[in-house]
Design a protein around this ligand. Structure first.
Ligand code: CA
Length: 225
């Protein structure tokens, strides 16, 4: 069965081009040319993935993203002409799975689509632990010394990846690739921002040392005895 992709993009040239290329790849596509129509279509829950332009008439891409995320975890790839880290961090924190900056090569978009679709396959459930912290991948919960911690999706994914690789130093680039799923091309401070969020909620809150910085390299979670 082919994956169904919704393209919300008001620039007809881009929309038609993406539709054509996705068609060649065997995806079935539906187009919307403004935010409101796009949101209505997204809310039918019929799509496996959504490509969403940031600058849209009637309802902005960011607003469409926020509203979809109230009820759905469908993968969303944002298209944007802007290219600042803050926009990306903001969009990703609002629940976008990925970002692609215009103009983009179709191969790049196709690669992002494959990655995003792959990620929706649920992972085996299991419990990961370090220093009194337990992360339950099946239930999607985190507790420290039995107390539940409230994390955003991005924070959870980052913690999950570091825990899966406990004891190994993970570079910022590797974290971006595996947690964010795309290349920030050098703007790796998004990782530092999110590590700070996690430390605020875990290390500082419980006075433990969970996430260690390896200067000039990246981060590692170690078991503190
Ligand atoms: Ca636009």
């Amino acid at each position: 069965m082919s994956s169904k992709i919704l393209i919300i993009e008001d620039e007809e040239k881009i929309s038609r081009f993406v539709e054509l290329e996705l068609g060649y790849e065997g995806y079935s596509t539906t187009k919307a040319f403004d935010g409101r129509t796009g949101l209505e279509l997204a809310e039918t829950g019929e799509f496996d993935l959504i490509i969403l332009d940031v600058m849209l008439p009637k309802l902005s891409g960011m607003e469409v993203l926020r509203r979809i995320r109230r009820t759905s975890s469908v993968p969303i790839i944002m298209l944007t002409a802007r290219d600042s880290v803050m926009d990306k961090v903001f969009g990703l924190d609002s629940g976008a799975n990925d970002y692609i900056t215009k103009p983009f090569a179709i191969e790049e978009l196709l690669a992002r689509i494959r990655t995003a679709l792959r990620k929706t396959i649920p992972e085996d459930s299991g419990i990961l632990s370090a220093s009194g912290l337990l992360l339950d991948t099946g239930r999607h919960t985190v507790t420290v010394m039995g107390k539940p911690i409230d994390l955003t999706k991005r924070e959870f994914d980052l913690l999950h990846f570091l825990l899966k690789n406990k004891g190994m130093v993970i570079t910022r680039e590797s974290l971006l690739e595996n947690v964010w799923g795309f290349d920030f091309t050098g703007e790796t401070n998004a990782v530092d921002v999110y590590v700070r969020f996690l430390r605020g909620k875990i290390d500082e809150m419980f006075n433990i040392k969970l996430i260690h910085t390896v200067r000039g390299v990246g981060y590692v979670i170690k078991d503190e005895k």
